[in-house]
Design a protein around this ligand. Sequence first.
Ligand code: 1HN
Length: 384
Amino acid sequence: MFGSGPQRGDGRVAQRENHREDIAGRANVEDTPELLAYYDELDRHKAGALWTVANKIEPWQPKSASVPVVWRYRDLRTHVLRSVELVTPEKAGRRVVYLNNPGRTDVAAAVGWIYAGLQVMNPGEVASAHRHSASAIRFIMEGSGAYTVVDGHKMTLGANDFVLTPNGTWHEHGVEATGTPCIWQDGLDIPFVNAMEANFYEVHPDLSQAVGYPVDDMTRTWGNPGLKPMGEAWSKGYSPMFKYEWAPTYESLLNYAGCTDGSPFDGVLMEYVNPVTNGPVMLTLGASMQMLRPGEHTRAHRHTGSGLYHVAKGSGHSIIDGKRYDWREHDIFCVPSWAWHEHVNGSDGDDACLFCLSDLPVMRSLGLYREQAFGDNGGRQPLL
Ligand code: 1HN
């Protein structure tokens, strides 16, 4: 994900971690019968002694509960298609197989506070309109004829396009009767919004919205390179460009790749932006696309913030906290917060492209972003 310069080496952090209980200034109180009775007494008053939990609630560094996972499309695809025979969108609301990180099953997250799933729709099907406080993106994987309507704006969707359904917007999906079965990846901040205890959900009174604008108008208005429409006001926190298409994204990566060395940690990395603010596409979720050039093997780094990667093009592997995870087109993998990661393009003579959905906008705007380069071994992690 987003790369910049190296910071300090990490050996000392690991050493301190091992000796944390002995360090002066950290809680280190031994139990006595008197103290245990005292803790029970506090518990009866719905209170507790801080020194019994301080080391747990104030770790030296972030400790993600999420584990690195690769969800292989060739394994999941048949199960996703099978759901078409088992449930209708009318009954299920949304026909989705969600990605359940073994460390985050309690909040149904794919990584950190990010939810993700694979949704499938057949030609002629529609998923009714609703709105909620959670924000979403959907990244199109296969099929033709898919569309999403957001607050009356209809977007046509092709492979590797992604569409926003920002918090509070009415949204519905469908596949034209002339299309083919479509599968896309949903990504939402539901676990985060639930953690903030701020989630509202509402079904559209008519279950469907009237399309009130020319098709694809938001991308045609706001998505022109280097140009903004004069006199069009937009003051919402999210991008007015509801759809970001693959073709201009790939062309931009190629253009940039032609004149940059790229980041040592990320290759050629570009962030999708709100054209009004140049900030992230939504306040809680950010998106980027990175190109790993033929043969590229990035240096390892780690940072706060969770990343959910979708392989848009090519194949390769990533090394996450010392373990190798192979991926190819349309596989999805996650990098938990503060996990070391480096990426390797394994495509034969071609580039590989990784789409990344992240909570970096939250990390940045709350002042929680930190980053560290892997100092040893030329920036490569030893394999465990
Ligand atoms: C949602 O609104 C969609 O609009 C998909 O397609 C998945 C999972 C949880 C909550 C809302 C959609 C969702 C969702």
